[in-house]
Design a binder for this molecule. Structure first.
Ligand SMILES: N[C@@H](CCC(=O)N[C@@H](CS)C(=O)NCC(=O)O)C(=O)O
Length: 202
């Protein structure tokens, strides 16, 4: 199987962590690309996005949620999706929140990248507010985060680390007011699957 991914994509990272956690790494060829400039990506994924997974000559999967769930069917002795129906949806809820929160980080970065006179302070405030509200929700509902790893915890970690990737040197401080989340993340980010998939720009 071939995985098209990018080092700075949180959606790609989720898939790469799942592959490692499931012990499936040997079955993949990893193809690092820049989705914005890769000429043939749209032939693989009509949305022109990573991650995209080529299963064989014919079948292609795109969308990280779909890919992760597909990957979990390849390994029966390790579960990243809870069997219990309520726990299953709680885990997917963490994924839904985190996947959407990273979009607000992208929007914020995009806005702040503009020349100062073209930035919208309203948009910046709105993005910051939404990201902070997502963080508050996670702290408030910290009991949703389990010690046993699932797609929910993986997604949350990809979100939290994305803040650090884009806002270095504490330019988006979130930990001091959310001690449970911060402590959990400090441990989680030491997992080998997190260390070997660190975000970086190329
Ligand atoms: N919902 C998709 C989102 C994928 C996505 O937005 N990928 C970004 C990188 S983080 C991308 O490829 N962007 C390039 C583009 O949209 O042109 C998923 O979960 O896989």
């Amino acid at each position: 199987m071939q995985l098209y991914y990018s080092h700075y994509s949180p959606f790609s990272r989720k898939v790469r962590i799942v592959i490692e956690e499931l012990g499936l790494k040997d079955q993949f060829e990893f193809i690092q690309i820049h989705p914005e400039t890769h000429r043939h990506l749209s032939e693989i994924n009509p949305l022109g996005q990573v991650p995209a997974l080529i299963l064989n000559q014919k079948e292609i999967l795109f969308n990280s949620k779909l890919i992760c769930e597909y990957l979990s069917t390849l390994k029966v002795n390790k579960k990243l999706y809870p069997d219990d129906r309520i726990e299953y949806f709680k885990s997917l809820r963490l994924q839904a929140l985190s996947d959407s929160a990273v979009r607000y980080i992208d929007r914020l970065v995009e806005e702040q990248f503009k020349p100062e006179n073209m930035q919208s302070s309203e948009k910046i405030q709105q993005c910051r507010k939404t990201i902070n509200e997502c963080l508050d929700w996670l702290e408030k509902h910290f009991d949703n985060i389990n010690h046993q790893i699932s797609i929910g915890e993986i997604s949350v970690a990809c979100f939290l680390d994305y803040i650090g990737f884009h806002f270095r040197d504490g330019r988006f401080e979130w930990k001091s007011q959310r001690p449970n989340l911060a402590n959990w993340f400090n441990d989680f980010k030491q997992r080998p699957s997190m260390l070997s998939t660190k975000y970086h720009s190329i």
